[in-house]
Write a protein that binds this ligand. Structure first.
Ligand code: DAH
Length: 340
């Protein structure tokens, strides 16, 4: 039978003699490791004669408890001593340069989106979102483009394998969602989000990009409101010395329709290539909401009118920072992203 009292005396003496943390840890594995003496003594209870088994077991457990709490206390004391030693002997050099930590940042498109949202918030617009996966009817049909309407060719479309389900080619279907949600109340919203087009990727066009749709509906809304809103927005965004050009255009969901251009910095060597020699870059399409679209949203065109616009924040970011290639936005090149 193991002599428990001898074990305790020896272990306590050795513990008291440990001079540093390494010695303490070695002591611990000697007595409490997998084959440590204390654990072996505990397991030995099975081989003790039945009459003495109870008192042996109790003593073994007591010894285990007291040795392990003595060990924890000694370890804590040793750690404190080590800290005091290092404080007393090591010097802190406050003149060393700090360690730089790398901070993330917002993607340039996100920065522009937030800026656009804050400008429209000042103009009293709410922000809504609508789905990126749409049905053919909402992306085209309800926007006054029935099947086989030639204007559908303006948007090269990613179709899914489910017939009639596609990736939205523009944020305009959001107009239908929001009208049906808010009708007959007046509307003043923007709908930011990602759009997808099955297109050749060039310095000016990508297969995925953001748009910010705008929609205002009420009584007696006119083209003057549209023009005033767009000019106020562009002046806030680009400053007072950028030129704004408004041209007449065609979209099936607006009548009349316009397009809005901003002048590209003339001293930029890429100006010609990007603006196709015109000096202007298109940033949005817009117009007065077509009566058929109003009706599809639930509004009576005899009583209500409205305007809508759709702009490209990546194009706007390009203008703000003279970025000459839209492909940089999603290529995940840190050398580009870190500049913003
Ligand atoms: N949805 C159009 C596009 O993707 C842009 C647009 C034009 C939106 C006129 C409008 C609008 O709301 O009125 O090219």
């Amino acid at each position: 039978m193991i002599d428990l009292n001898e074990l305790q005396r020896r272990a306590s003496e050795e513990l008291a003699a440990c001079a540093d943390e390494a010695a303490l840890r070695a002591w611990n594995s000697r007595y409490f490791g997998k084959t440590g003496e204390v654990l072996v003594a505990l397991k030995a209870v099975g081989s003790v004669a039945p009459a003495e088994r109870k008192s042996y077991g109790q003593l073994a457990n007591q010894i285990k408890e007291s040795l392990s709490s003595a060990y924890e206390a000694a370890l804590a004391r040793e750690k404190e001593r080590a800290l005091e030693r290092s404080l007393a002997t090591e010097k802190l050099d406050v003149t060393l340069p700090g360690r730089e930590f790398s901070r993330g940042r917002l993607h340039p498109s996100t920065q522009t989106l937030r800026l656009i949202q804050s400008i429209f918030a000042e103009l009293g617009f709410q922000v809504f979102r609508s789905p990126e996966v749409e049905d053919d009817e909402t992306n085209f049909g309800l926007l006054n483009m029935p099947p086989h309407h030639p204007a559908r060719d303006m948007w090269d479309t990613f179709h899914t394998t489910t017939p009639g389900v596609l990736l939205r080619t523009h944020t305009s279907p959001g107009q239908i969602h929001i009208m049906r949600k808010l009708c007959p109340r007046p509307i003043r919203v923007i709908l930011p989000g990602m759009c997808y087009r099955y297109e050749q990727i060039t310095p000016r066009s990508e297969i995925m990009f953001h748009q910010v749709e705008g929609l205002v509906i009420g009584e007696r809304i006119t083209m003057a409101d549209l023009k005033g809103t767009i000019v106020a927005f562009a002046r806030r965004l680009f400053g007072l010395d950028r030129q704004i050009r408004i041209r007449s255009s065609y979209f099936p969901f607006t009548e009349p329709s316009i397009e809005v251009d901003i002048d590209w910095p003339k001293d930029d060597p890429n100006a010609d290539r990007l603006t196709k020699g015109t000096g202007w870059l298109e940033i949005m399409g817009a117009g007065m909401v077509h009566p058929i679209v109003l009706r599809n949203g639930g509004y009576d065109p005899a009583k209500y009118s409205g305007f809508a616009f759709g702009m490209g924040p990546e194009r706007i970011t390009m203008l703000r920072h003279a970025i000459d290639d839209i492909r940089l936005f999603w290529s995940n090149d840190l050398r580009f992203l870190k500049q913003f």
